[in-house]
Design a protein around this ligand. Structure first.
Ligand SMILES: [Fe+2]
Length: 331
């Protein structure tokens, strides 16, 4: 089975560069029958000119051509920022090892040898287009993560006592997901949830956030609103909808005594139950204005004592195993 792009083919655009009239016209005709939009050029110079006004999804190019050959053309294409990601396939009668090695060193994605079998050509084009669609999706994922990091840093920058808290909480949460064999997409949601869990603290004034004395009841009241404020912020962001429950419920407790809704047990989303544990572990193992840093072993004992009270008892077992193993490794 050959992978096919999920995007309808009629929208796909091809730049074909070939000096032999019969071959160029033959390929163009076949590709047009398959609903590709083809712009054809006779050599590298003509192709570069065409690229100024035409953004192809893929370039197919002969190697041996007058004026500017395929290798020189490829080098020119890769010099330009806006063309650098266009998949590039060589069409060549010249399958000598030397030319193929040179092409590979330059990073050419593929070769089709002449005489061209139309089925092979189509399969190669489809595979390349699918690959570049996948790369694009990966880039979008990366862009999401960067946005999330910026959002999370906005809050950490204000809270002097919790620097590094978000990174550590994220790390512990990822170790848990790994231990629980979660699929990639769930891991990503948990990572975003960990990074954004306290984003709602944006509503808390600096003097409360950085206060070293005990908070007054009114200040606590405000502080306890941060999960709801965080969920509200994420309401408008489509790709973070799966992350909202983690932010909203990270202060719920297994026994139903948490906030904002007093959910209990498995009513609390699994990711939020994980965040509750890792959040407290990090808070207690680092120095805060209201308490000094406590030893990890001591905090693990505290968490075990609270299994079934504050925390999901099954997750506590996993967390303690994960952390014991990590602490052993550090010694
Ligand atoms: Fe929080």
């Amino acid at each position: 089975m050959v992978a096919r792009p999920t995007i309808p083919l009629p929208t796909k655009r091809i730049l074909l560069v070939e000096d032999n009239d019969a071959i160029r016209e033959g390929i163009t005709q076949h590709l047009q029958i398959d609903n590709f939009l083809v712009v054809a050029a006779r050599d590298g110079v003509e192709a570069l000119r065409a690229l100024e006004n035409f953004a192809p999804d893929i370039i197919l190019s002969d190697i041996n051509m007058p004026r500017m050959d395929g290798i020189a053309f490829y080098r020119e294409v890769r010099k330009r920022q806006e063309w650098v990601a266009i998949p590039f396939v060589f069409l060549t009668a010249d399958n000598s090892p030397q030319s193929i090695r040179l092409g590979r060193e330059l990073g050419v994605e593929d070769y089709i040898t002449k005489p061209i079998n139309h089925r092979d050509l189509l399969n190669t084009i489809n595979a390349r287009l699918l690959r570049s669609a996948e790369v694009e999706v990966a880039h979008i994922g990366q862009a999401y993560l960067e946005t999330v990091k910026v959002l999370a840093n906005a809050i950490e920058g204000r809270d002097h006592y919790t620097r590094g808290h978000v990174d550590r909480v994220t790390q512990y949460a990822l170790w848990m997901a790994e231990a629980l064999n979660w699929p990639e997409v769930e891991i990503r949601h948990l990572e975003f949830g960990a990074r954004l869990h306290d984003i709602g603290k944006i509503i808390i004034p600096d003097e409360i956030l950085n206060k070293s004395d005990k908070l007054t009841p009114e200040e606590w009241q405000l502080m306890r609103q941060h999960p709801m404020a965080g969920a509200k912020i994420l309401e408008e962001i489509t790709h973070l909808q799966n992350v909202r429950p983690l932010v909203l419920y990270h202060h719920e407790r297994w026994d139903g005594q948490g906030y904002p809704e007093g959910l209990r047990g498995r009513e609390i989303p699994l990711g939020a139950r994980i965040l509750a544990i890792v959040d407290v572990f990090d808070a207690l193992t680092t120095a805060r204005p209201y308490h000094p840093a406590r030893a990890p072993q001591e905090v693990l004992q505290f968490i075990q004592m609270n299994a079934g009270k504050a925390f999901d008892p099954d997750l506590v077992v996993v967390f303690c195993e994960v952390m014991e193993a990590r602490l052993q490794r550090k010694k």
